[in-house]
Design a protein around this ligand. Structure first.
Ligand SMILES: [Zn+2]
Length: 75
């Protein structure tokens, strides 16, 4: 299947920084609740994240500033 690592349905990509991961998890929670716009990027703390919710309960966050992309799976 996929070689991508996952941990308990949270956000796992490109970082082991727990502060960033928890910040991303908070953002994911808000996106799930319908707030898709206006989230600040926890990495560069400057860019605004563009959130895309995909049909298979996946959320993609892309920073308009540092261009980092995160994918979170919802459970
Ligand atoms: Zn950024």
């Amino acid at each position: 299947m996929s070689h991508r690592s996952t941990r308990k349905g949270g956000v796992v990509k490109d970082s082991d920084d727990m502060d960033v991961l928890s910040a991303l998890q908070d953002i994911l929670d808000e996106v799930v609740n319908g707030r898709e716009d206006g989230h600040k990027c926890p990495f560069c703390k400057d860019g605004v994240l563009e959130a895309t919710v995909e049909p298979d309960v996946k959320v993609k966050l892309e920073c308009g500033s540092c261009k980092r992309i995160f994918e979170g799976r919802l459970s």
